[in-house]
Design a protein around this ligand. Structure first.
Ligand SMILES: Cc1cc2nc3c(=O)[nH]c(=O)nc-3n(C[C@H](O)[C@H](O)[C@H](O)COP(=O)(O)OP(=O)(O)OC[C@H]3O[C@@H](n4cnc5c(N)ncnc54)[C@H](O)[C@@H]3O)c2cc1C
Ligand code: FES
Length: 265
């Protein structure tokens, strides 16, 4: 069930290059939220822009909803100006989240894909479930100086033992995140029960193909332009295997990678 409410901005602080952590008071949404689900958020109290923007749920703290976002264009620029005490219209939780039931899953995040996977990691930690985590980013500068568990501004990579990879080699392994993932998949006894991935489409495609090669179940969280977020506009269509489309906002954003026609993406 999706809930619509006016949420009070508790804080909206920079935590990285053009990256902000927004905390909203939204108890009804926070209580119902599951990792991988998202909300639609009106980025300003005024009428412009009219369309809400989709954001993954990065975490919940009591009745508060955490959103980790990067400034991209008009909407997120406006959002970065939201001051504590103001109110923003938000509805959710929306869509299908990650299935966290697999034995020792591997979480694979690319860039801002860390937003929903940090929430998944938190839930796995709470229930004492073992998991491995992989984080790919362009460079050390792209690090997000925020740890939603301790709240002390520590880096994910160091605190949580994430296997890091960076494209310029400035942190972790020099290369793409799929390289340490491949190494793990090649180790027979160490194979994850499932791979849970979120990041740019080329990364998701590479992860999906890798999982197919090693016959490991793969759940991908897909981003698509979303106007309504509730299945009505078809703006978020993702090509599906066997023809037709899946709506990222309804059948996703987390989809079994075997259902997606990656050749058309
Ligand atoms: C399910 C879902 C969850 C998301 N979660 C997060 C999140 O946790 N944190 C975060 O920072 N962003 C997230 N996004 C992306 C976020 O919605 C867009 O960055 C945002 O809508 C851009 O709005 P804007 O008005 O600032 O930019 P616009 O002016 O609308 O666009 C600026 C640039 O951003 C690109 N863009 C716009 N919409 C999207 C989109 N849906 N996906 C990818 N690129 C887009 C455009 O192509 C353009 O290049 C998510 C998107 C989806 C669909
Ligand atoms: S965003 Fe409108 S149908 Fe998915």
């Amino acid at each position: 069930m999706s809930i619509s409410l006016k949420a009070k901005v508790m804080s909206n602080q920079p935590v990285g290059p053009e990256i902000f952590l927004l905390t909203l008071e939204a108890p009804a949404i926070a209580d119902a939220a599951r990792p991988g689900q998202f909300v639609m958020l009106r980025v300003s109290p005024g009428p412009d822009p009219l369309l809400a923007r989709p954001f993954s749920i990065h975490g919940v703290e009591g009745g508060k909803l955490l959103i980790l976002y990067q400034v991209k264009g008009k909407g997120t620029k406006l959002l970065a100006q939201a001051r504590p005490g103001s109110e923003l219209l938000v509805w959710g939780p929306l869509g299908r989240g990650f299935d966290l039931a697999a034995e020792r899953p591997a979480l694979v995040a690319g860039g801002m894909g860390i937003a929903p996977l940090a929430f998944a990691a938190e839930r796995l930690e709470e229930r004492g479930a073992a998991f491995d985590a992989f984080y790919g980013l362009a460079s050390k500068e792209a690090f997000i100086a925020w740890d939603s568990v301790s709240g002390d501004g520590a880096f994910f990579l160091e605190d949580w033992g994430w296997n890091g990879a960076s494209e310029d080699g400035s942190v972790g392994l020099h290369g793409l995140v799929t390289e340490p993932l491949r190494t793990r998949l090649e180790q027979d006894g160490e194979r994850p029960g499932a791979v849970l991935a979120c990041g740019p489409l080329p990364m998701l495609k590479a992860v999906a193909l890798l999982c197919a090669e090693f016959e490991v179940a793969c759940q991908t969280s897909l981003e698509a332009p979303m106007a309504c977020g509730v299945g009505a506009c078809l703006g978020c269509a993702i090509p599906s295997v066997g023809g037709g489309y899946l709506r990222a906002c309804q059948e996703g954003p987390v989809m079994d990678a075997s259902l997606v026609d990656w050749k058309k993406i």
